[in-house]
Ligand binder design. Structure first.
Ligand code: FB9
Length: 497
C-alpha cells in the first residue's frame, strides 16, 4: 500500500498544492478515514496547511434508481394504455400501489399525457418521452448539481428521486515545517540517546503543555458515604464511640421487645416490617433478659404498670430486617449493664451508629424501603431533657443548622420524646431533621442498668440531608443501580459548612 504521507508530500513537491484532497484520495485509492488521519497528523506537525472546502453531489435514491431501471411512475402508467384508451381507477389500483398511482396520475396530467375523471383515466397523448429518466441518467453521469437546471434538481429532490449530499474536502499546500520526506519526530528523550549521542539531529515532538492529562478512571467515594463520613467525624469529635452495626437481621426481641414496643404495635405488622422466613426464628435470646422484658411488658415491674398483656416468646423470636439501629443501642446498653454488674462500677458512655435499616413501607420519589439511620446515645447519671436538647443543638450546629426547635412526640421506647426541626439554608424553610427522647425505665431496667442511670438519644437519616445537599429530587438519583456513574465522579466532595 502506497505510503499516504509520502504521496502527499511528493505531490506537493511536484505541484506545490493538492487542490482537492478527495480527488487525490480517490486517485490513489486511499481508505478515507486513514487518509483523513494522515492529513490531520501532517497538519499538527506543520508539514501542511489545510483549507476547508465543501461541495455538493447528486445522489440517486432507491426510488431514483428504480425509475432509471423501469421508468418513472407517470411513464409506466401511460405505457399501460394505447393512445385514446380509457381505464377505470379501480382497474389501475390493481396495477399500481396507491401512493405511486397518485403521483403517476398527477405527473401524467401535468405532462398532458392523460385526462382523468373521478372514476376513470384516459390516455390522450400519442407519443410520450420519459424526461424524468433522461434527467436522472444525466445526473448519474455528472453528479455536480451546478451542471443541471436548479429547478429540475429541486423538483427531483422533492420527489425523493435524488438527494443532495454535502462532501467536505481540503485544499492542501505546504506548511511552515514542510519537507519532501517526513522526518520522524521523537516524543521521548531516552538515556540511550543521551549516552550514544543519537539525540543530536533528531527532531523532537513539540511538548504540548496544553494537552490534558489522560483521564485515569479511578474509583469514587459515593456522595452518600462521604456524608456518612462527615457525620461520623462530628460524632467522633463529640466523643462518641461507634457501635457495631454490621448485621441487618435481628430478632423482634431486640428490634421491638427490648425497646419496650408492645407486641401489638402496628410497626410490628407485615405492612411495616420485613419478616424472615428462613431462618424465621432466633434462638439465642438471653433467658434472664427475656424474663425481665416479659415482666416489663406484662406490667408490675420497674415502677410501671406495663402494657398488661400476655407477652409471647414466639412473637419475640421472629427474625426481621432491622427497622432501625436502636436495637444496636439496646445491645450496647445490655452489655454496659452486664459490665456494670460484673465490675460493680458504672462508666458513662456515648455511642453512635450510622447504618442501613429496612422498612416494609410504600416507596415513593423520596423513600425506598431502606435508608441509613444515624443515632447518638449518651448513658450517664442525672441526664435530663436539657442535656438531650444541648447535644442535639451541638450536633446540628456542626451540620450548619443552628436555630433548631423541638416538638413533643411519641416513641414506644422514649418518654419524653421530641421531634426536631431546623431552618434549612438550602431549602430556605424549616424542615423536620430528626427525632429524640429519653429511654424509658421499663427498657433500661429490663436491660439491667442501675436505676439512677438515664440514657438520652436522638436519630435522623442520611438520605434526607444528602438529597437536600445534592439537590436530588428522586432518591433513585442518589442511590441504587440507576444512578449514573457521572454522579459519583463529578459531585464536589461533601464538606461541612
Ligand atoms: O433525617 C431527617 N431529616 C433531616 C435530617 C437532616 C437534614 O439536614 C442536615 C442537617 C444538614 C435534613 C433533614 N428526618 C428523620 C426527618 C424526616 O426526613 C422524616 O420524614 C424521615 N425520617 C426517617 C424515618 O422515617 C421513617 C428521618 C428518619 C428517622 C427518623 C427518626 C429517627 C431516625 C431516622 C429516630 C430516632 C430516635 C429517637 C429516639 C431515640 C433514638 C432514636
Amino acid at each position: 500500500m502506497e505510503n499516504m504521507d509520502e504521496a502527499v508530500l511528493k505531490e506537493l513537491a511536484e505541484k506545490g498544492e493538492i487542490a482537492n484532497s478527495l480527488e487525490f484520495m480517490k486517485a490513489h485509492k486511499f481508505e478515507p478515514k486513514t487518509f483523513d488521519g494522515i492529513l490531520k497528523s501532517l497538519l499538527v506537525d506543520n508539514y501542511v496547511v489545510l483549507t476547508n472546502h465543501d461541495l455538493e453531489e447528486i445522489d440517486l435514491t432507491e426510488e431514483g434508481a428504480k425509475a432509471i431501471a423501469s421508468g418513472s411512475p407517470e411513464f409506466r402508467l401511460v405505457s399501460m394504455f394505447k393512445p385514446g384508451e380509457e381505464k377505470t381507477r379501480a382497474d389501475l389500483a390493481k396495477l399500481m400501489a396507491k401512493d405511486e398511482l397518485q403521483i403517476a396520475v398527477n405527473k401524467a396530467m401535468q405532462n398532458k399525457w392523460i385526462s382523468s375523471s373521478k372514476t376513470a383515466v384516459k390516455r390522450v397523448a400519442e407519443d410520450v418521452k420519459d424526461e424524468v429518466v433522461q434527467r436522472l441518467t444525466a445526473m448519474k453521469a455528472d453528479n455536480d448539481p451546478k451542471k443541471h437546471e436548479a429547478k429540475l434538481v429541486q423538483e427531483l429532490k422533492k420527489r425523493k428521486l435524488i438527494a443532495i449530499k454535502k462532501i467536505k474536502f481540503y485544499g492542501i499546500v505546504k506548511g511552515a515545517s514542510y519537507q519532501p520526506k517526513r522526518v520522524p519526530e521523537v516524543a521521548d528523550l531516552t538515556a540511550e540517546m543521551l549516552s550514544k549521542g543519537t539525540w543530536e539531529g533528531v527532531k523532537f515532538k513539540k511538548f504540548n503543555v496544553a494537552a490534558k492529562g489522560k483521564e485515569i478512571s479511578t474509583g469514587n467515594y459515593h456522595p452518600l458515604y462521604q456524608m456518612k463520613d462527615e457525620f461520623r467525624s462530628i460524632l467522633l469529635e463529640l466523643g462518641f464511640e461507634e457501635m457495631p452495626t454490621s448485621y441487618y437481621v435481628d430478632s423482634s426481641f431486640w428490634d421491638f421487645d427490648a425497646l419496650y414496643t408492645a407486641q401489638q404495635h402496628p410497626a410490628r405488622d407485615m405492612q411495616d416490617t420485613f419478616f424472615l422466613t428462613e431462618p424465621a426464628n432466633c434462638n439465642r435470646i438471653p433467658k434472664e433478659l427475656c424474663e425481665n422484658v416479659k415482666r416489663a411488658h406484662e406490667g408490675g415491674s420497674y415502677g410501671s404498670i406495663g402494657y398488661r398483656y400476655d407477652w409471647k416468646m414466639d412473637e419475640a423470636k421472629k427474625n426481621v430486617m432491622r427497622t432501625h439501629t436502636t436495637p444496636c443501642s439496646a445491645r450496647m446498653l445490655y452489655e454496659l449493664a452486664q459490665t456494670t454488674a460484673k465490675t460493680g462500677v458504672f462508666t458513662p458512655k456515648k455511642y453512635f451508629s450510622i447504618d442501613r435499616v429496612f422498612r416494609n413501607e410504600a416507596t415513593d420519589v423520596t423513600h425506598l424501603f431502606e435508608f441509613h439511620q444515624v443515632e447518638g446515645m449518651i448513658a450517664d447519671y442525672n441526664l435530663s431533657l436539657k442535656n438531650l436538647m444541648g447535644i442535639i443543638a451541638e450536633f446540628f450546629k456542626r451540620l450548619g443548622i443552628s436555630d433548631i426547635k423541638f416538638k413533643p412526640a411519641y416513641n414506644p421506647y422514649t418518654e419524653p420524646s421530641m421531634e426536631i426541626f431546623g431552618y434549612n439554608q438550602e431549602l430556605k424553610r424549616i424542615v423536620e431533621i430528626g427525632n429524640s427522647g429519653i429511654f424509658r425505665p421499663e427498657m433500661l431496667q429490663a436491660l439491667g442498668l442501675p436505676e439512677k442511670v438515664s440514657v438520652i438519644a436522638w436519630g435522623l437519616s442520611l438520605e434526607r440531608p444528602a438529597m437536600i445537599h445534592y439537590k436530588v429530587g428522586n432518591i433513585r438519583d442518589l442511590i441504587g443501580h440507576q444512578v449514573p456513574l457521572k454522579f459519583m465522579k463529578t459531585n464536589p466532595v461533601f464538606c461541612l459548612p
